[in-house]
Unconditional design. Sequence first.
Length: 338
Amino acid sequence: MVPSTITTTDYHTGGEPFRIVAEPPVPIPGGTVAERRALAINDPDVQALRAVLCSEPRGHADMYGGFLVPPDDEGADLGVLFWHKDGFSTACGHGTIALGVWAVESGRVAAPETGSVDVVIDVPSGRVTARVHRKGSRVVAVDFVNVPSWVVARDVPVPTSRGDVSVTVAYGGATYATLPAEQLGLTVTADRLGDLTALGREIKWALDDSPHAAHPTDPRLDGVYGTIWFDDLGDSDGQVHQRNVAVFADGEVDRSPCGSGTCARLAVLAADGRLPAGTVLRHDSIVGSTFTGRVLERVDVDGRPAVLPQVTGTAYRTGEHRFSVDPHDPLVPGFVLR
């Protein structure tokens, strides 16, 4: 059953929405954030709350948001369950950036007027940090420090309706198939979005039950979350420049350069030798917004080489909502129309 009122605070990060429910009006049980996500997937009340917020007429097919929950322990400031129209994701960089801004602007985490503060957040894939930078009481940037990220597999063949492609699978808190758009004669531009979305869905679903979709230690993190198409825009001294679009879940399109997806791309570029010390990735989105990414250090995860990635961007508040749900409304929880 959906509650009669739901209060949210909305942000966007690089153009991608993030709807924050600071006090979810239904119980979300579990001992850890990862456990809460696993239980929420099969909880009709939590699923109904998610659906009413990301379905029309209160949301839309590309809506995104999060339910705040307690952190796993006192080492973090808050926990969050990320959601979209098709369910609950394991990671979300743009949402982490938005939560960092919200935590400081709402007073949840004290911050200097000029300086930086770490907002530590437990997400289903682990513990991450939003390092919030302020100048004159205004947030000017947020560094998203993610969980370790790595290349899962290279040269993976995938059939599509436009011909076979070869993808690199990489993990950045969620698992992505990545490939240059030019493989199928495409570019990461708005006029090709229909093709990118349709083919991205094909690639994601073709790999979702493959061995490449299995997380090495936690089956709750299994699955290919999406497809990242990219254009190479040229390397310069100290910078790799790419434009990308992530087609995630079942055909959702990330308007931002995708935080966890940028981490996956950092892992690939680092393994390719394109990110020597001091080099940054300029990652543009399909709407023209930009994240910058860098490798903080190279690490080992259960015997596999990985990187600790950092993605920098910021988020802006777009409004507050107090949604009403009429129990007699036959369209509750809503509908999704493409």
